[in-house]
Ligand binder design. Sequence first.
Ligand code: ASP
Length: 458
Amino acid sequence: MKVCKFGGSSVKDATQIKKVVAIVKSDSDRKVIVVSAPGRDEKYDEKITDHLLNFATDGHYFNEHKIEVSAKQSYDAIITKYEKLCEDLKVDKKIIIRPLKKELLESKLKGEKKEAFYLSRGEHHNAKLIEQFMKQQGINVKLMLPEEFGFILSEESRNGKVLRETYENIQKQFSFENGEIYLVPGFYGVTKNKDIAVMSRGGSDLTGGELAYALDAYLYENWTDTNGVYEVDPRIIEDSKVIPRLTFKELRLLSSKGFNVFHFNAMLNCKKSKIPINIRNTNNPDHEGTLIQSERVPMEDTIGIAKLDNMASIHIQKDMLSEEIGFTAELLKIFGEFGIGTYHYPTDKDDIAILVDQEDLQGNINSLRREIEKRLKTGNLYVTYNLAIITIVGIGIKENTFAIVDAINALKQNHISFDLFDMSPSKISFHIGVPQNISDVALKTLYTNLIEPQYKTD
Ligand code: ASP
């Protein structure tokens, strides 16, 4: 059987939920359905989950993010959303709206426990609503609430981790004895102390991944609003195509900020038990999407190209640096202390560069420089801003390292110079750093020279 997860955009209104039902009905292997909270609302264009958090924090959450929506407005947006869903799907409002209002207005919880509980209500009530609609549509559906079947999470209310007993609970309670389809709200679970806790944001992917793993599904379908993973960002290259198959590792390398289709932790168990994940489009169910697998036959060298924008390189020069044991460890520790994530670290005898997200340096660069100079006793620290890192990915590169030559030649012929070149240890990707202002041109050049020709030889 398949486990299917439908994300926020797939369950955001009646039209979308009807599509979900049609998809579920069209394949009898779709036995476990995980749903998110409704996606963005019409009025403020915010996710219902965010409205719930805003209401739980008396408006602080949106205020901190400079979004001008008060707690009261969030409350109204939530209630309006569920009322409209009930009306459009002809679901009795009493079943959904009354308990929802009661929970939101009468809860005695405080702090993170309150936030977690409110956050969870998005998926909870959406699943209850979808259950009613599915029943009307003649589906033999059984609602499985995480607090009832025992989706047990650790005590971190807002970042709960799945505990082992969850798997046994799932195996026991999902018996498939009466031919039913199980419907599960994603994202939340319950602690051993019976408190509601949520996983990290985007956590419905995790619920689906855990169910697929525990039930040994042959496929985990992840339904969203895009046809799959594209070879390159289609916002930059319109003709870019969806990659039909790629490995877990390739997907990791290809995903970049703003272009994440999937919660990575959800992949870990699927990867371990070799359950493929199929990214599908609820709005285009005839498209086969992208299949993410443990292994594939490399029919081509380059499968996709990712681009990380607005990066900065911090280059440190110090004589005999490579002989100083613990230098790199101390350097990375300093970045850690500033809460700055680091990407690549090209090194040489007397030089090391650390690539970081430029935004993370804002307000930090002065003290960071001071700290590095003081603790690592070096005055030679140079920062290059406005870099884009282009990552060329494909397991075939390992077999054909000349793909690198093709990339460099293509850049040379188009007079594009680059600031950085780095091959990854896995040999299935390499990085080229170019100035931000020519990064789209560089990406197009690499696409036309590395990916397009592969179609012509098909
Ligand atoms: N609704 C939750 C969120 O917005 C979880 C999810 O959609 O996966 O993060």
